[in-house]
Structures are given as C-alpha cells and as structure tokens.
Design a protein around this ligand. Structure first.
Ligand SMILES: Cc1cc2nc3c(=O)[nH]c(=O)nc-3n(C[C@H](O)[C@H](O)[C@H](O)COP(=O)(O)O)c2cc1C
Length: 168
C-alpha cells in the first residue's frame, strides 16, 4: 500500500499543466488513464460515462477558440472528453463524471503526464464536433500531454481552519 504521507504529498504536488510537449502519448499510458476513469465509484455503480480520446488537433483548436480560458486545449497533443450519460444516472451523472475526471488527473500525474481541466468552452459547439446528443453531458475536455517546462509553483489553498467545522 502507498504510505499515507506519500499519498497526501502526491495529491498536494499535482498541478494543472497548461503547456505541453508536442509528443504523442503511448497507448499503454492512455489505457492506464482510462482504467483509472473506469474504476471510479459512481452512484449505484451505474458508470454513466463515456470517455473520448481526441487526437485531432483541429478539433481541439476549434473548441479552444470558443473559451476565454481554453488555450491549454490548443497547446495539447490530446484531449480526453468526459461525457455523462444523463439517462443512465439522471440524478448523479455530474458527480460521477466529476469523480472520474479527478481519478484520471491523478493517474496521469503518476505518469508525468499533465492535464488541464477545461471548463471554458462553448459546450453546444463542442458537443456537435464530438458527435454527442442531447442526453450527453459534456463535463470537460481534459487537455492532456507530457509536461513542457517547469512544473508550476503550488497554487494557494484556504487553510483547514477556514474550511472546516467540527460539531461535537
Ligand atoms: C471545474 C474546473 C474548471 C476549470 N476550468 C479551467 C479552464 O477552463 N481553463 C484553465 O486553464 N483551467 C481550468 N481549471 C483549472 C483550475 O484553474 C486549477 O485547477 C486551479 O487553479 C488550481 O490549480 P491546480 O490544479 O494546479 O492546483 C479548471 C478546474 C476545475 C476544477
């Protein structure tokens, strides 16, 4: 088992990556990231998701253009779209897919693969490009690639005191 301190440091050390090398990610690594998504818990274990590996740079660039903070998608060699299938878990598909995105980001970090969770995009336009339907919820496209340059400095977090209450 992983040591608790090591795991906590691993979580703290992960950073959002917005600059990527122009290098293809191996199928083995892609598969490991997808497996981390597949093994995510979901409400009633419905697994209401689909993951789309986007290797088409034109698609990524076009989607990137539609969001103010979409630039990482333009720079990434690959994107992983996380889709919630609304009809498969109507009350929980957002939570289920959000958890899957975290598992995949953590898995990627073990492989020295950086990711940026992109929320900034015209979702209807992106859904059309990805061939999605009305019952598909496009949670995010994770801009994905090997890290270029230095790992960004740690981002700030609120203190535990600020965000915790203990009821006795
Ligand atoms: C729901 C969500 C939406 C986000 N959308 C974007 C985005 O559109 N563009 C971007 O560059 N980063 C985006 N991020 C990344 C956050 O800015 C980043 O996680 C945050 O600043 C903390 O940095 P860290 O991940 O390095 O700890 C998003 C993150 C989350 C969780």
């Amino acid at each position: 088992m992983i040591k608790p301190e090591d795991f906590l440091n691993f979580i703290k050390g992960r950073r959002t990556i917005r600059n990527f090398q122009d290098k293809i990610i191996s199928n083995k690594e892609i598969e490991m990231i997808l497996e981390a998504g597949r093994w995510t818990p979901s409400a009633s274990n419905r697994q209401p998701w689909e993951f789309i590996i986007i290797k088409n740079k034109e698609i990524l660039k076009n989607i990137a253009k539609t969001g103010i903070y979409g630039a990482p998608l333009r720079k990434a060699p690959m994107g992983i779209a996380i889709i919630g299938k609304k009809l498969e878990n109507p009350n929980w598909y957002i939570q289920d897919t959000s958890l899957a995105s975290m598992n995949m980001m953590l898995m990627a970090w073990t492989l020295n693969i950086g990711m940026c969770w992109i929320g900034s995009m015209d979702r209807e336009y992106a859904k059309e490009l990805l061939g999605l339907g009305k019952d598909d919820f496009l949670l995010t496209i994770l801009a994905t690639g090997y890290i270029k340059g230095n790992i960004p400095k740690p981002t700030l977090r609120k203190s535990l005191e600020e965000i915790t209450r203990i009821l006795k």
